[in-house]
Structure formats: structure tokens, C-alpha cells
Design a protein around this ligand. Structure first.
Ligand code: AMP
Length: 286
């Protein structure tokens, strides 16, 4: 496995792969890797000749400076894991390598067709502009046939789908397929996240109420006469009743439009909860 830190070196490696007609699978990450990331990488390794993993804490998608500063980083451990599971290249640039000063300080404009106006987009203004900025740059540099994203960040996955559909008309990324991968959880049910590293053992126990409530809500949705609004409120109340947890939003929306829905068909519930100072997200399909 080779670690690459410059765009030029990455482009040179990709050019060689293209000459050899090797298929490329890309897994974009922000590092502090865990089994959730590993599930994406294993799939990319199995389905492509070459697997490229990017490890880059993208400053332009953080609307909170403290969150960016505290984001866990451990490239040595990440590289060790990635080498063990068969990744071929790790792209780990600095922010200065990735962006010019101007790119770093101006908003990347993109037409989200409203997908950025709800949930994470509403709570974190500019977040998805930064995501689209970094992911489109990674696509240009890596020219993958397939790119892998987790359903844990369901809204992000919907937005990437939208971005690729829009640009496929212009042929921008060639024939790129976006592959959504299921959420990987701890045995306890807690959705794996790099941010879990910031939780104490006590907070990890407390955070279990999030996934437990989401699972319970599948049963509540089947109760006679249960409406989407009832279930939504019951999830919020149940999590908020746990000392140490505070729901930022819980919305049951259509899986494609991300707009509120009044039926459980094709619906997904997306939650963001503060566990102490740590912001955790999770979701469940009905
Ligand atoms: P991140 O490093 O948090 O930006 O995540 C990189 C990729 O891994 C994203 O596509 C995430 O959705 C995905 N991912 C993160 N956690 C999980 C998880 N628990 N299960 C599945 N995919 C995940």
C-alpha cells in the first residue's frame, strides 16, 4: 500500500491504472477509521482492481471551528488498518495541498435542488457545500468507476447521488456508480462513528438509548393507528428523557426527496443527538 500526499502524485498513479485498464474504487473518509469505514473499503477492494481511500479532514465542511479542531486524527493507525484490509493507495493531502486560499474561504456554489435545506443542511449551514466541493475534487482526481458511501450519513449519500446524476448528463465523471453501504453498529447497537472516540465509557452507555429508541420506533410504527407525527414525537420524547442526551432533530422523511412524509412507506427517520458535547447521528428505515 502506498501513501500519497500530493494531487500530482495521485493523478500520475491514476493515469497508470487507466493505461492498464484497471478499475478504480474510491472510498472518501475523514480518517479515525473504524469497522464502518472498513466495510466500505473491503467492498471496494472486492469489486475493483484498485482501491483508493482518501483520508482528509475537510475543513470546508465544518461550520464549527471547535468540532474541526477536536476531530480525531490518527493517520498511522488508519494506514495500518487500510494496509491490513488490502487498500492499494491512501490519499492523505494537507488542506493547503487540496485547496487554494481562495477556495478555502469562499463557498462552493452548487444547486442541491433543496436537499440541503433540511436536517443536517439546516443545522449546519454550508456543510454540504463543503462535502460536494471535496467529493467532486476527489472524483476528478481519482476518476473512479465506483465510489462507496455509508448510509449512516444518509443525507450526504442522497446529495452525492443527486450530484452525480446531474453531472452524468454532462459526462463530468464518466460512468461513475455511487454505492451506498449499510450502517455498521457496535454489538450494543450504537452506530459506529469516529466521534464515538470522544465519548467516555459512561457516555457510550448513555448513547445506547439512541439506537434502542430507533429500533423500538419500528414497533411503534406498526401499532394500530400510529401516525408518523406520533412516532416522531415519541422518539424525541424518549431520547430527551435520558439524562445527558438532547435531540437536535428527529425527522421522518421520504428516502428520495428527504421531505417530510405522512406515510411510513419508503420513509427514513434521521436523528441528531447531543451526548454531552458530542454530536451523534443515526437513522432507521421504516
Ligand atoms: P467519515 O470519515 O465520517 O466522513 O465517513 C466516511 C464514510 O464512511 C462515509 O461515507 C460514511 O457514511 C461512512 N461511515 C461512517 N460510519 C459508518 C458506519 N458506522 N457504517 C457505515 N458507513 C459508515
Amino acid at each position: 500500500m502506498q501513501i500519497i500526499t500530493t494531487k500530482a502524485a495521485l493523478e500520475a498513479v491514476i493515469e497508470e491504472c487507466k493505461k492498464e485498464k484497471q478499475s478504480i474504487g474510491l472510498v472518501p473518509t475523514m480518517g479515525a477509521l473504524h469497522e464502518g469505514h472498513a466495510s466500505l473499503v473491503r467492498r471496494a477492494v472486492a469489486e475493483n482492481d484498485i482501491c483508493v481511500v482518501s483520508v482528509f479532514v475537510n475543513p470546508t465542511q465544518f461550520n464549527n471551528k471547535e468540532d474541526l479542531a477536536k476531530y480525531p486524527r490518527n493517520i498511522e493507525r488508519d494506514a495500518e488498518l487500510l494496509s491490513r484490509i488490502g487498500a492499494h493507495y491512501v490519499f492523505a493531502p494537507t488542506p493547503e495541498e487540496m485547496y487554494s486560499a481562495q477556495e478555502m474561504n469562499t463557498t462552493f456554489e452548487f444547486d442541491f435542488a433543496g436537499l440541503d435545506k433540511v436536517m443536517e443542511g439546516k443545522m449546519r449551514p454550508g456543510h454540504f457545500n463543503g462535502v460536494v466541493q471535496v467529493v467532486s475534487r476527489l472524483f476528478y482526481l481519482t476518476r473512479p468507476e465506483k465510489a462507496y458511501f455509508g448510509e449512516k450519513d444518509f443525507q450526504q449519500l442522497a446529495i452525492i447521488h443527486h450530484m452525480v446524476e446531474r453531472s452524468s448528463m454532462a459526462g463530468t465523471f464518466g460512468k461513475l456508480e455511487i454505492i451506498g453501504c449499510p450502517i455498521v453498529r457496535e454489538e450494543s447497537g450504537l452506530a459506529m462513528s469516529s466521534r464515538n472516540e470522544r465519548l467516555s465509557e459512561q457516555e457510550k452507555q448513555t448513547a445506547l438509548a439512541i439506537s434502542k429508541t430507533l429500533f423500538d420506533s419500528l414497533k411503534w410504527a406498526k401499532e394500530a393507528g400510529a401516525t408518523v407525527a406520533d412516532v416522531q414525537q415519541r422518539v424525541i420524547d424518549t431520547i430527551n428523557a435520558v439524562p445527558g442526551l438532547e435531540v437536535e432533530y428527529y425527522e421522518i422523511v421520504d428516502q428520495t426527496t428527504l421531505l417530510p412524509t405522512d406515510t411510513f412507506e419508503h420513509a427514513i427517520g434521521c436523528v441528531t443527538v447531543y451526548c454531552g458535547p458530542v454530536r451523534l447521528i443515526d437513522n432507521i428505515k421504516y
